[in-house]
Design a protein around this ligand. Structure first.
Ligand SMILES: *[C@@H]1O[C@H](CO)[C@@H](O)[C@H](O)[C@H]1NC(C)=O
Ligand SMILES: *[C@@H]1O[C@H](CO)[C@@H](O)[C@H](O)[C@H]1NC(C)=O
Ligand SMILES: *[C@@H]1O[C@H](CO)[C@@H](O)[C@H](O)[C@H]1NC(C)=O
Ligand SMILES: [Zn+2]
Length: 526
């Protein structure tokens, strides 16, 4: 009854407000019918499945990019280019296949970014807080590491002779990228300075060190995290006066210096700012280490465009370096700060991060082909972020709902959080948002429960895919299924029986030898 009453109230208020703006053509049924018919025609072409071998595989991981975030980012992207936004298509919206990913960790219904990274990179579900180890490993217990290591698709690709890369807006040893190369029972062991003495004595290694020691030379590494690479008391190159950015290593090692020495004769370059990055010609670079900040990169909205590259710019350079390998490449791209924006309750920051990742997906699409590149876009987990309130078509995504609360007679923003730092009482009552700048970059949307850090959400997230065998990512799936599909499509890792090698380039023969024959005939004809 209450819901119905609120709905009727909503309709009454709606009637009283300015009519929502929408294009005149939308009143014509033919507009919708023709649109749907064009979509249908496109969908019918998908009956001719792309069964090529994926020479290249790219995973775009939006940290914390739940489905409500995708929808809101779509509207924002449209509004940034002067449209209403709802009808806009994100680049990821254009991918032909979508599945749902069940994100729980072995020991958590609502997961964290470390256990989930182990799932979608190593193909094995794991405990929250741990990276690159199975669920037999216990968080923070060093002595449960040995024997429980699991390897990632980045390693499988490297072992198969592909070039491999990691690009992130967080520090390069943060939870998401670290599951690609590290085996660590604690995601917070960024450097040895972050580890308990007991763990160090038992032989456990920090994540920064593992970045350079586990997999022989990851070809491209870009993100933040400089301070975990240098000895304690080493001032940061960009912020020498700011002591909180000093190096953190206890072992006295300079991991960047060691890397640079190793790369002397290998066309390897270390850069720490955007200008130096762009002074490189990717055709002459085989290895790249780019560490642009002591910790995470700034939010895209706050980025210093002189000193820090955007995610799109990093992806552009990474692909141009990696694609020189005739055996192809694996690239992990993380839009890592969507998650941070949400944890801070700063939806505007989070959504601009998601839009930037979508731009990077566009750029990657221009530099690769769906005939030989499998591209997957997904998230590790969601957030308790929502938007609603019967907003009008074209309403600013950061704006107010057109109705007041019928309980406290105050307006509310469309965007709200289930919990987080935006919980606010003024004189014992919910704040009147009309009195604040709710469109501000750092506005913290109201939350139902006060928490200094907003939490992850537990519902499924989307998996978008295009390219060879993208259709295998269909239906409702467990998150750890993702790298199994990607490896199968690329003929790397454990599933290679369906691949056979003719003159060096693998081809596929799954389903039946007859079909394979037909496919190869088709290849000859095309
Ligand atoms: C592993 O270490 C923990 C402390 O971190 C200790 O309580 C436990 O007994 C150890 N287990 C083994 C098998 O050594
Ligand atoms: C940071 O490094 C500087 C220069 O070596 C040193 O003077 C300072 O004590 C260090 N501060 C901290 C907090 O480590
Ligand atoms: C909320 O603030 C607006 C703007 O100051 C004011 O007009 C309105 O009366 C306030 N509503 C309540 C319920 O206090
Ligand atoms: Zn998070």
């Amino acid at each position: 009854m209450k819901v119905a009453a609120l709905f009727i109230l909503g309709c009454l208020v709606w009637e009283g407000m300015a009519k929502p703006e929408f294009p005149e053509q939308e009143k014509d049924p033919d507009f919708w019918k023709e649109w749907a018919q064009r979509t249908l025609k496109n969908a019918l072409t998908l009956q001719d499945l792309n069964k090529n071998v994926a020479k290249n595989i790219i995973l775009f991981l939006g940290d914390g990019m739940g489905v409500p975030t995708v929808t809101a980012a779509r509207i924002l992207k449209g509004q940034l280019s002067g449209q209403n936004g709802e009808e806009t298509q994100l680049e990821m919206d254009k991918f032909p296949y979508v599945a749902l990913s069940k994100t729980y960790n072995t020991n958590a219904q609502v997961p964290d970014s470390a256990g989930t990274a182990t799932a979608y990179l190593c193909g094995v579900k794991a405990n929250e807080g741990t990276v690159g180890v199975s669920a037999a490993a216990v968080k923070s217990q060093c002595n449960t590491t040995r024997g429980n290591e699991v390897t990632s698709i980045l390693k499988w690709a490297k072992d198969a002779g592909k070039s491999v890369g990691i690009v992130t807006t967080t520090r390069v040893n943060h939870a998401t990228p670290s599951a690609a190369y590290a085996h660590c029972v604690d995601r917070d062991w960024y450097s040895d300075g972050d580890m308990p003495a007991e763990a160090l004595q038992s032989g456990c290694k920090d994540i920064a060190r593992q970045l350079f020691e586990n997999i022989p030379d990851i070809d491209v590494i870009m993100g933040g995290g400089r301070r975990n690479m240098y000895p304690r008391n080493t001032p940061d190159v960009e912020y020498p006066g700011d002591k909180k950015h000093n190096g953190t290593r206890k072992d006295g090692r300079n991991l960047v210096g060691e890397w640079t020495d190793r790369m002397k004769d290998k066309r390897g370059y270390y850069v720490w700012n955007r200008k130096d990055l762009f002074s490189l010609n990717p055709n002459n670079v085989d290895y790249l280490l780019g560490l642009f900040e002591p910790a995470d990169l700034p939010y895209e909205l706050e980025r210093n465009k002189e000193t820090d590259p955007s995610l799109t710019e990093m992806v552009d350079v990474a692909i141009k370096i990696l694609r020189k390998n005739e055996r192809g490449f694996y690239l992990l791209v993380e839009g890592g700060r969507i998650d941070h924006g949400h944890h801070d309750g700063k939806a505007k920051q989070a959504l601009h991060e998601a839009v930037e990742m979508d731009r990077a997906i566009t750029r990657a699409g221009l530099l690769t082909s769906i005939y030989d590149t499998l591209t997957v876009v997904t998230a590790d987990h969601s957030h308790v972020f929502s938007f609603g309130g019967y907003t009008h078509r074209g309403n600013s995504i950061f704006g107010l709902a057109p109705i007041m609360s019928d309980i406290d007679q105050k307006p509310f923003t469309s965007i709200l959080y289930g919990n987080g730092p935006g919980f606010k009482f003024v004189n014992g009552a919910r704040e009147n948002v009309s009195t604040v700048d709710y469109e501000h970059n750092n506005y913290q949307a109201q939350a139902a429960v006060p928490l200094s850090m907003e939490t992850h959400g537990g519902e499924d997230v989307a998996i978008f895919s295009k390219g060879p065998l993208a259709h295998l990512l269909h239906g409702v799936q467990e998150q750890h299924y993702i790298p199994h599909v990607m490896a199968y499509a690329a003929c790397i890792g454990q599933n290679k029986d369906h691949c056979h090698t003719n003159s060096g380039s693998p081809s596929l023969s799954h389903i039946s030898p007859t079909l394979a024959l037909l496919l190869s005939v088709k290849w000859l004809l095309c």
